[in-house]
Design a protein around this ligand. Structure first.
Ligand SMILES: Nc1nc2c(ncn2[C@@H]2O[C@H](COP(=O)(O)OP(=O)(O)OP(=O)(O)O)[C@@H](O)[C@H]2O)c(=O)[nH]1
Ligand SMILES: [Mg+2]
Length: 287
């Protein structure tokens, strides 16, 4: 009889510690990008740089690079995304109504957008240096059903919201609107738009709501790895036009991200650290 020798953790009845099996993605840390070709590093750190070459010379680039921190600043920001005994990164609580929302005092940022746009994946990528923090993603729209709070030490809180639109939870409005309108420590709302389809009707309604709230918000263009440069640029320029002509509370620079390939993740970490007052930018020469 052939007896297959299974590793201890695969033997029946063995207790598998799933967190131990979750490894850190090779591009989760800025440090790891150092071994890549400079052009690749540039596009991972500042994804807009890759699109720039395709833009007509008449297009003003400044709005796309308003927040342009140095690599040193990004390294500083990245430190906040490592969990340690004195700076714990944790899933904190899920809430369906304002009564259940935790009375946290630290600055807060939240992520909204259509269902399936990549909110949970983005938070997962931001927390990829701490893979034991479980952020659930799914290819089925409507997966996130509650407002999920994640604390980053005492520095700030990030909130993953259910999506609107297709298969949104039926109580989406009752859940999310009161939060957005009344949350005192909410410093930024990140409104995510899928880069391959651009602004949709539902996104324009969300944008109008953000304008009504008058709390500063930021557009994030997701899944940029999925679309060709042409369609991404078209959608980006259209978005830029809407931001310019129809908004007053929106940050003029849209952030481009791929949560799968880590493009724009380091820049967004730095922006979150900056807007929550968790770091002071040293090199603002290009900001
Ligand atoms: N190619 C690609 N796919 C992505 C990216 N981000 C997310 N996805 C995929 O998009 C799908 C939805 O991702 P989620 O992060 O769960 O989306 P969500 O916005 O949280 O969705 P709901 O919770 O349902 O509102 C999953 O299949 C992800 O793998 C990305 O950057 N690139
Ligand atoms: Mg989700």
């Amino acid at each position: 009889m052939i007896c297959l020798q299974l590793p201890l953790w695969l033997q029946p009845g063995a207790h598998v510690c799933t967190t131990a099996l979750r490894s850190i993605h090779k591009l989760a840390s800025l440090q790891k990008t150092k071994t890549l070709p400079p052009k690749k590093v540039q596009s991972l750190l500042y994804p807009f740089s890759e699109l720039e070459a395709y833009l007509d010379r008449s297009v003003d680039r400044t709005q796309f690079q308003l927040f342009h921190p140095s690599i040193e600043d990004m390294f500083e920001a990245e430190k906040l995304f490592y969990s340690s005994p004195s700076h714990k990164i944790n899933y904190y609580i899920s809430a369906e109504r304002m009564e259940h929302v935790p009375a946290l005092k630290q600055p807060e940022v939240c992520f909204i957008g259509r269902s399936n746009v990549g909110k949970s994946s983005l938070i997962k990528a931001l927390f990829s240096l701490t893979p034991e923090v479980e952020v659930r993603v799914s290819k089925t729209p409507g997966h996130t059903k509650k407002m999920n709070f994640f604390t980053v030490g005492k520095a700030f809180t990030m909130v993953d919201m259910p999506g609107y639109g297709h298969k949104a939870p039926s109580d989406f409005v009752d859940m999310v609107e009161p939060y957005l309108f009344t949350r005192k420590n909410l410093l930024r709302t990140f409104l995510l738009v899928d880069g391959s389809v651009g602004l949709q009707k539902a996104d324009l309604i969300a944008l109008e709501m953000c304008e009504e709230i008058r709390c500063p918000y930021v557009m994030v263009v997701t899944k940029i790895d999925k679309c060709g440069h042409g369609s991404l640029l078209t959608n980006l320029l259209n978005l830029q036009d809407v931001v310019k002509t129809q908004t007053t509370s929106c940050f003029p620079q849209p952030f481009l991200v791929s949560s799968h390939q880590f493009s724009g993740i380091y820049l967004l970490r730095c922006f979150i650290a900056h807007v929550t007052g968790s770091i002071r930018l040293k090199d603002t020469s290009q900001s």
